[in-house]
Design a protein around this ligand. Structure first.
Ligand code: NI
Length: 387
């Protein structure tokens, strides 16, 4: 298969890029060096257009194929590292203390650069490829910022694809699932205000802690009594603090914190709505008030069915097989791109390595030929050049 052979030939070069990125990790939106390298390489490959500064430090490259089909496909990689002290002992380990490519985004960036080089050289497709390099995947919402900057409209992206390496899965093999794939990860904070006072005069106070206790228990009914039992949801209250530290003072206020994990947008809406309603009415029943802060982080990442089919087809051409992946309770910023355009997100095996976000994790360079070939295969399959 020519795609695989050409990209296999490029493995050494792509590995060198990857290790350079690994040695120089950058966190969240501070991917200045990485973004500059990506932009410079894309220029060097002969991309038709290279645009920097989308979603702050995001970079986009445009590669035009042979015909005039008008089709446009977006391919996305993430560039940011994590605030972890590296313990791999590798010769190309992080030179920046407290920053590390512990999620393999160095590999993702290098593989998509490899595919961009191949696609710029060959142009054996009818349409346009938009390569998307995003900052701040690790909790910063860099993908969302690129979307908010109008990226999809500006480059006319019609469908979009993403990829992540997966430790514990045979190197270069693929796995994917259609529909909900990665969880929505939300946070809440509830401030309860009663009427503080002397602990020996309960008739004169509104006991904030009694109200708070009722709210904690009532919240346990959301998952057990409101959410459809065949759907996934977690609601955990993880912190409770009051304004009183004394044994004889009833506090004026108390604060609850917690997290919500869901796998379906309607379940997410339901849980948020129930948290608000239960907290307010419970407080009201006791004569207290509440203020609720519910912060939606990444939404559920939902793979579109048709595009998942294309992703599987390309994976099978590259590696001969594509497994069904399990649900992942972690979050993924690519969810925002999949809300804007149809597309799919695939996992590529990283072999028997430490898990992602671990100080001994390392991206497996042997996954490069398969990962980069999947990008190229997808493009040539979805936008075949007229023969
Ligand atoms: Ni990651």
């Amino acid at each position: 298969m020519p795609v695989r052979n050409r990209l296999a030939e490029m493995q050494k070069e792509i590995t060198e890029w990857r290790r350079d990125l690994h040695e120089n990790p950058e966190i969240l939106f501070d991917t200045h060096r990485t973004s500059a390298i990506v932009a410079e390489k894309l220029q060097g490959f002969g991309c038709d257009e290279v645009v920097t500064g989308i979603g702050r430090t995001g970079v986009v490259g445009v590669i035009k194929g042979k015909g005039g089909s008008g089709r446009v496909i977006g391919l996305r990689a993430d560039m940011d590292a994590l605030p972890i002290h590296e313990e791999t002992g590798l010769e190309y380990a992080s030179k920046t203390d407290g920053a590390m490519h512990a999620c393999g985004h160095d590999g993702h960036t290098a593989m998509l650069l490899g595919a961009a080089k191949y696609l710029s050289e060959t142009r054996n497709f009818d349409g346009t490829v938009v390569v998307i390099f995003q900052p701040a995947e690790e909790g910063g919402g860099g993908g969302k910022e690129m979307c908010d900057d109008g990226m999809m409209e500006r480059f006319g992206v019609q469908e979009v694809y993403g990829m992540h390496n997966w430790p514990g899965k045979p190197v270069g093999s693929f796995a994917i699932r259609s529909g909900a794939f990665f969880a929505a990860t939300d946070q809440f904070e509830i401030v309860i205000e009663g009427k503080g006072g002397h602990a020996a005069k309960p008739q004169e106070v509104v006991d904030t802690l009694v109200v708070t206790s009722h709210i904690i228990l009532a919240l346990q009914s959301v998952v057990s009594r409101n959410v459809d039992p065949v759907k996934q949801a977690v609601l955990s209250v993880t912190s409770a603090e009051s304004s009183s530290k004394a044994f004889n003072v009833i506090p004026q206020t108390a604060t609850l914190k917690g997290t919500v994990r869901t796998m379906a947008p309607e379940v997410r809406d339901l849980v948020e709505e129930r948290i608000t309603a239960i907290s307010k009415s419970t407080a009201e029943a006791f004569g207290a008030t509440v203020e609720i802060m519910y912060k939606r982080s990444y939404p559920v990442m939902v793979n579109h069915e048709t595009e998942t089919g294309y992703a599987i087809e390309a994976a099978k051409k590259v590696s001969g097989d594509c497994e069904e992946a399990p649900l992942v309770m972690g979050g993924e910023d690519f969810a925002f791109m999949l809300e804007e355009r149809p597309g799919a997100y695939i996992l590529v095996g990283n072999g028997d390595t430490a898990p992602v976000h671990h100080p001994k994790y390392n991206f497996n360079d042997d996954a490069i030929p398969a990962g980069a070939s999947w990008w190229a295969e997808l493009v040539e399959m979805r936008m075949p050049a007229a023969s």
